[in-house]
Design a protein around this ligand. Structure first.
Ligand code: ADP
Length: 571
């Protein structure tokens, strides 16, 4: 490491030259100056590490005044005073003004060097200590940025907040490259430091401002930081602007204390990818950004950039995956629908073509028979299309139900009556508790009867001989999930039953168990998918139990009990 740069100030040429030579021999870079004013002018143009000044310099500024002025320009400078008369008062006064060490005249070369080395070491240590503390703090806070729990949308805010707090910025903004807007740099978050009164204490929390409002009000500034952000990004360097003028970080201008506004524009890069830019600002009332501030801001910006970039990648992947999935489902659906539509259409086309054959004269009876087959197939087609539409509505979450407090046993009676009228050969039993013990249910009775109709028709369809169907109703008391309780309705048959593996699959659309008896019965495999959609839209559940093949099946579904208040209203 190169040794420090030392400025020696002494009005006595002999002493000045002797000290300068001594230090040069020790490997320091030395500038020997004749007085305080010279030192101040020098400090304004050239950075250096140590100011070694004589205390009394008649005809010019004294040592303490020189130290004070130089440290105002360069607060990092280590100041050592050479004095002929050491006193406690002088020592205290000097320490107050930021003097770090004394060498009492006359001194030997050894004493001078030892003193300078010790003071520099002490200062370096204490600065290093402060820097380490800040870094430990920065690293622990950046953990939050990289932790998986942080919401992706919160990352820009969090980055801004951390940076703002670490460097005590008065205002800060974060811009992100927007892929939606041709990769232009757009303002994402903007914040200013609260005044102590705002947060009821001296904690200066950032206050986030509405981005749109801010952009409208300060369009010129926003445009300016967008341009600067793009420049910082393109060059991948931190830009420092003081009162609108670009300043090289580390140069003395950075240290002058008479600015109105200083801004640091830090690029946000992740793995060579441009992500955005962080802008931190300090108003003139605050001490300027130090180099350590800029370093900390750069660390935070790079951590923030990685976190934001990662979350964007994850988001993009998830979107692509969801699109693929939707695409797969859509093609699957289209394939199934075309297949299902083809069967009745083929039949219609076949009978129609046969009827239209010019070489055959059909008698009236055959003609009527074929036409009625065509008509039935058309009905099936219509039913199928209705069901397909219903399933798509369910899948799109667009199934409309209109629940209201209803007497559920009335719905059971209605379904039973319909079945008896249509299929008088079926033995059907309906049982429920005494009606005054059955609570109102929140349900859309049109939809619930649709579910029951479907389950009863299936029970008949999948029971090859002597179908016996039992419909039951049970009241289930409330729990944490359903505080008002549920009613459970079951439809039991003595049919072909279901194997374990088919029990869940039959509720999927187009799924039909592939057995001889199922193949013989007509169906689309949509009925139970629709039942599930309707029951779940009510907040209930549907499932099936079966002891196995040819052991019959029992379908169950639950519906939530209506709120007591609703029941009272009805009464
Ligand atoms: P579909 O009856 O039109 O085929 P569903 O969605 O109503 O369509 O039923 C899906 C499948 O579930 C049926 O094809 C059948 O294999 C099976 N299934 C439905 N109800 C019963 C039942 N009560 N007993 C045995 N299997 C049934």
């Amino acid at each position: 490491m190169p040794k420090e740069t030392i400025v020696v100030v002494d009005d006595e040429p002999a002493a000045r030259t002797a000290v300068a030579r001594l230090l040069q021999e020790r490997g320091y870079t030395v500038y020997a100056l004749t007085g305080g004013q010279e030192a101040i002018d020098f400090a304004s143009n050239t950075p250096f590490d140590v100011l070694l000044t004589d205390f009394r310099m008649p005809g010019g500024l004294d040592g303490l005044t020189t130290v004070r002025a130089v440290r105002r320009i360069n607060p990092q400078v280590v100041a050592i005073i050479m004095t002929g008369h050491s006193s406690v008062d002088l020592a205290i006064e000097s320490l107050k003004l930021g003097v770090h060490g004394f060498v009492v005249k006359p001194f030997t070369a050894f004493e001078l060097i030892r003193n300078i080395e010790q003071t520099i070491a002490q200062q370096t240590l204490s600065r290093e200590n402060i820097r380490m503390k800040a870094l430990v703090d920065v690293f622990s806070t950046t953990q939050a940025l990289l932790s998986a729990n942080t919401e992706a949308t919160q990352l820009p805010r969090l980055t801004l907040e951390l940076a703002m707090n670490r460097v005590s910025a008065t205002q800060a903004a974060l811009l992100l490259l927007s892929p939606e807007r041709e990769n232009s740099l757009e303002l994402e978050v903007v914040a200013e430091r609260s005044t102590p009164e705002d947060d009821g204490g001296d904690l200066m929390l950032p206050v986030f401002l509405p981005v749109d409002g801010y952009t409208n009000q300060h369009s010129a500034q926003v445009e300016q930081i967008r341009l600067l952000g793009q420049r910082a990004l393109d060059a991948n360097i931190t830009l420092l602007m003081i009162d609108g003028e670009e300043v090289v970080p580390g140069s003395p201008r950075m240290l002058s204390s008479t600015n109105k506004l200083s801004q640091a524009i830090v690029p946000l890069m992740a793995q060579g990818r441009q992500v955005g830019a962080l802008v931190i600002e300090k108003s003139g009332a605050d001490p300027n950004f130090t180099e350590a501030d800029l370093q900390i801001a750069a660390i935070l910006a790079s951590q923030g950039a990685i976190a934001i970039d990662n979350s964007r990648l994850v988001h993009r992947l998830a979107k692509v995956e969801a699109l693929h999935q939707a695409d797969r489902l859509r093609s699957e659906f289209v394939a199934m629908v075309s297949h299902e539509l083809r069967t009745p259409l083929t039949s219609i086309k076949g009978y129609a073509t046969t009827l239209l054959r010019p070489d055959v004269q059909w008698n009236n009876q055959t003609g009527t028979e074929y036409l009625s087959i065509i008509s039935e197939e058309c009905d099936k087609l219509m039913q199928l299309i209705d069901n397909i539409l219903e399933v798509s509505r369910i899948e799109a979450g667009a199934l409309r139900i209109y629940p209201e407090p209803i007497q559920i046993y009335e719905v059971l009676d209605r379904a039973a009556m319909e079945t008896r009228r249509r299929s008088p050969e079926v033995s059907l039993a309906v049982s429920y508790p005494p009606v005054n013990e059955i609570p109102y249910v929140m349900g859309d009775s049109q939809r619930i009867i649709q579910v029951l109709r479907n389950l009863i028709q299936n029970a008949i369809k999948y029971t090859p001989s002597d179908p016996r169907i039992a419909i039951d109703l049970d009241v289930i008391s409330g729990d944490a999930d359903q505080p008002n309780g549920m009613v459970r309705i079951s439809v039991q048959d003595n049919g072909i039953g279901l194997t374990q593996e088919n029990k869940d699959l039959i509720f999927e659309r187009f799924y039909r168990v592939d057995t001889g008896s199922t193949r013989r019965t007509e169906g689309t495999g949509l009925g139970l998918a629709i039942c599930r959609g309707i029951v779940e839209a009510h907040g209930g559940q549907i499932w099936v139990e079966s002891e196995g093949r040819n052991k019959g099946s029992t379908f169950f579904f639950t519906l939530p009990v209506a709120d007591i208040a609703n029941q009272l209203d009805l009464d």
